[in-house]
Design a protein. Structure first.
Length: 103
């Protein structure tokens, strides 16, 4: 390998490392913030003590299908997946409980 090409390859790996770090940080932020989009639904159910127009099937499926992802994240030690699905399953579960309580 020529010296100039080696330098370019090293520089490219360094830039990819910076990009990967930026993406890792962004994904961690999204993993925390994304489940929070469901908070208005949760607050609405518990504040108004009403869930007549909220689908039990849909929210139950969110819980059921989130659990394998959470397990996957734990097995593979993927912090963003663990954070994301821990929060999502917890919030979705509280919504399901609210639907059952206030129907």
């Amino acid at each position: 390998m020529k010296r100039g090409h080696h330098h370019l390859a090293t520089k490219e790996r360094t830039n990819q490392g910076k990009l990967a770090l930026l993406i890792d940080r962004t994904v961690l932020i999204c993993a925390f913030l994304a489940p929070l989009i469901e908070l208005p639904q949760l607050i609405e159910i518990y504040t108004n003590k009403a869930a007549q127009n909220v689908s039990l099937v849909t929210w139950s499926c969110f819980v059921i299908f989130g659990i394998p992802w959470l397990i996957y994240g734990i097995i593979h030690k993927e912090k963003p997946i663990i954070i994301l699905y821990s929060l999502w399953v917890a919030i979705d579960f509280l919504i399901v409980i609210g639907i059952l309580m206030y129907r």
